[in-house]
Design a protein around this ligand. Sequence first.
Ligand code: NAD
Length: 487
Amino acid sequence: MASVQLLRCFIDGQWVETDRRFSNVNPVNGEVFAQVCEADAATVQRAIQAANRACSGPWKKFSAVERAAALRRIADGIEQRFEAFVQAEVMDTGRPVHQARSLDVARGIANFRTFADLITTASGDMFESAAPDGAKVINYVTRKPLGTIGIISPWNLPLLLLTWKVAPALAMGNCVVVKPSEETPSSATLLAEVIQEAGLPHGVFNLVHGFGPDSAGQYLSTSPDIDAITFTGESRTGTTIMKAAAEGVKEVSFELGGKNAAVVFADADFDAAITGVMRSSFTNSGQVCLCSERVYVERPIFDRFVKELKRRTERLVVGYPDTKDVDMGPLVSLQHRDKVLSYYQLAKDEGATVVAGGGVPVFGDERDMGAYVQPTILTGLPDTARCMREEIFGPICHISPFDTEEEVIRRTNDSAYGLACSIWTTHLSRAHRVASQIQTGIVWVNTWFTRDLRTPFGGAKLSGLGREGGRYSLDFYSEISTICIKL
Ligand code: NAD
């Protein structure tokens, strides 16, 4: 068993211990491996005040080039402690080590470098016009920092999603108070160490640990002293935070839940589609907001597709995160496993046919105390079933047949969510035609999860509000103002 660490808050450049602690549990075997200092209301307020002071301190004088250099030092710092970050992500979540290396930590570094590049190359609008007396007028658009940003993040891709917001917020000259998920406090704590070593002025980056309601998340999001909130998590939580933000008319950016579809046409490259749907359904044990829980397959290839997906799913290696060739680790927690298993049961109650999985794997060792579930494929549910409409957030997909393009567009869009969709086809016109009618923030054709960090990212309907990524992040994390000068 790993020794029990103490994870502290980081406020105004100092490590802060609090009296209330909660346990950080390894989902592989249920063992406690760290204690985490929970921030009470006064501690969160201290962090916010530190950030507010830092907004008007030396940080304010940093030029874009200097802020970009600070971001690059942070990226370098993560890179130098690459394996420590990998270990932190793996201990908190149980994800495969190879995934933590190739995705989570790699993207954490890329987020800082991308926004360092963007901030030094960003240009602004400039318009020339005339005043009523005919004199020439120039108008140019500037971006100022918003101030103190509250950043609240989830557990599913802890470092990736946190840095996706911290990097642009700092790039635009803001100060931040971050509240990572209570399930995954480790990589955020390491990030605070890296930021401390990178020499940012005290108070620019503050970290508070804790839960949501009646804890650090609520204290942060309801504080009148922050200037904006950016949140990634469940749609329900987004609603609660939005109500709190409404009070002070605060800017909000929300990246919320999904119930995404994969659409496979009969003309698709069959192997590519199978490989793509395996990834989009089971990556990170299905705990990615972009995962496809609804798969629609054109009827002529439906039976063959189900048979092959079953064969490939039953060969997935579920096990220890550091096992060679492991495909899936556990879910993030026993509590989340119970939620996912309740949907496995609900699917059966709703009349689904279980094609693969549907239960928990038995290992005969300590992993039986962990949060493992089997990757699961279902068929036979109507689109009205709860399992077809609610986000499950586990390694599960339901496959339905369809007959026409119009039908599958309608069924894909028949969802309260609108985050992502992947289409598998070799028909060029169809790809464009269908993609343009799907009501989601992103549509992939013949790929899944591929992201250019300069493109806008976000969701329609219950899946979010606003867009981040590239200049869209620069827009959100700044107060845009126009300066109009009569010459
Ligand atoms: P969650 O909403 O339960 O928690 C997210 C964060 O909010 C945590 O830090 C939590 O402590 C905090 N929180 C909870 N209640 C709060 C409250 N009342 N006030 C303030 N803070 C509160 O979400 P989760 O279970 O951690 O994450 C999974 C969800 O995140 C899924 O719905 C998934 O689809 C979504 N997600 C969306 C995206 C996206 O980009 N759209 C990305 C990743 C995850």
